[in-house]
Design a protein around this ligand. Structure first.
Ligand SMILES: C[S@@+](CC[C@H](N)C(=O)[O-])C[C@H]1O[C@@H](n2cnc3c(N)ncnc32)[C@H](O)[C@@H]1O
Length: 289
């Protein structure tokens, strides 16, 4: 069975694409979902793809699929979309897609996103931002480190893990993700998921300011979207989903949007069997009034 992007069909159904509409893929990644959107758009449609990762945008620019007149690629944060739209003199959009979090491209890169590899713990989506995971694990006070692991990883063993990291770094800086994963594994042995999963998630979210960015996305939606436009949000963990859920609730009660999903849409059992990451994915959608 050929597997398309996660929840691809549902994304298309909620975006309800107009053939000649203007759409935004705010977190383009490898462009799998952009490709699905382009397949639905007619010759007069347009798609703006943005991604924060400059290496990834280099790859997208080289991809034949996206070298066509309907497509614009912009290497920027989606939080800068109002400026990008102004700069490119684009109209208000008919639909926008956010697929938050880390993508396969970053997980396979050598930037330390995956504890399955032996890389330097960088974890930044963009080299233009300053703070790396390395700085956090090697220089943050133990207490602050524990708070980060707890808050952004929902890791209940955060204090123990932070203590071990602080002890380990006094014998020399932690320069590889495999060493970091080993330290965590020793003091917090695993259950169903790898013991370092939550700590890695926490460091990634903190270093990239991911939750602040998700929250910020809701402040400019009415400014860049047409009345009737569709907004689709994909999240991978409960911290993101909570922000999306609450922000949509607020916009709905302010009379700015209509909710299209009462409850989050989940991947099917079949999709979860093929791609284990599908199990955590949640889709929410709304329409601008
Ligand atoms: C889950 S992936 C998207 C996968 C994509 N939908 C696809 O079909 O390949 C999330 C992407 O969001 C990007 N990203 C993270 N924070 C961002 C931000 N503030 N602005 C724009 N892109 C961001 C990451 O670089 C990553 O490529």
């Amino acid at each position: 069975m050929k597997e398309g992007p996660l929840l691809g069909k549902e994304v298309i159904s909620y975006l309800d694409i107009k053939k000649d509409g203007f759409y935004i893929d705010a977190t383009a990644g490898m462009g799998y979902l952009s490709e699905v959107i382009l397949n639905e758009l007619g010759a007069d449609g347009a798609l703006l793809m943005t991604d924060l990762d400059e290496d990834l945008c280099g790859i997208l620019n080289e991809n034949k699929l996206f070298r066509e007149k309907r497509v614009m690629i912009e290497n920027s944060s989606y939080t800068e979309l109002p400026d990008v739209i102004k700069k490119r003199k684009l109209p208000k959009a008919d639909g926008i897609l956010f697929d938050f979090g880390v993508g396969t491209y970053q997980l396979n890169s050598d930037r330390g996103f995956s504890f399955m590899k032996d890389d330097f713990p960088d974890m930044r989506y963009s080299r233009r931002t300053g703070l790396r995971a390395w700085d956090v694990i090697n220089s943050y006070p133990e207490k602050e480190l524990a708070d980060i692991i707890y808050k952004f990883g929902e890791e209940r063993r955060s204090r123990r893990i932070a203590k071990r990291i602080a002890e380990a770094r006094s014998n020399g800086s932690i320069d590889t993700v495999s060493r970091l994963a080993e330290i965590i594994k020793k003091c917090a042995p695993g259950g169903k998921i790898h013991p370092a999963t939550k700590t890695f998630q926490a460091l990634r979210i903190f270093v990239n300011g991911e939750l602040e960015n998700v929250e910020a996305a809701f402040s400019f939606l009415p400014e860049i979207m047409k009345p009737g436009a569709r907004c689709v949000f994909l999240t991978f963990h409960s911290l993101e989903d909570r922000i999306v859920k609450n922000s949509l609730k607020k916009l709905a009660s302010d009379g700015i949007i209509n909710l299209l999903t009462k409850k989050a849409v989940k991947a099917s059992y079949a999709q979860s069997r093929i791609q284990p990451r599908a199990r955590s994915i949640r889709l929410r959608a709304a329409q601008i009034i």
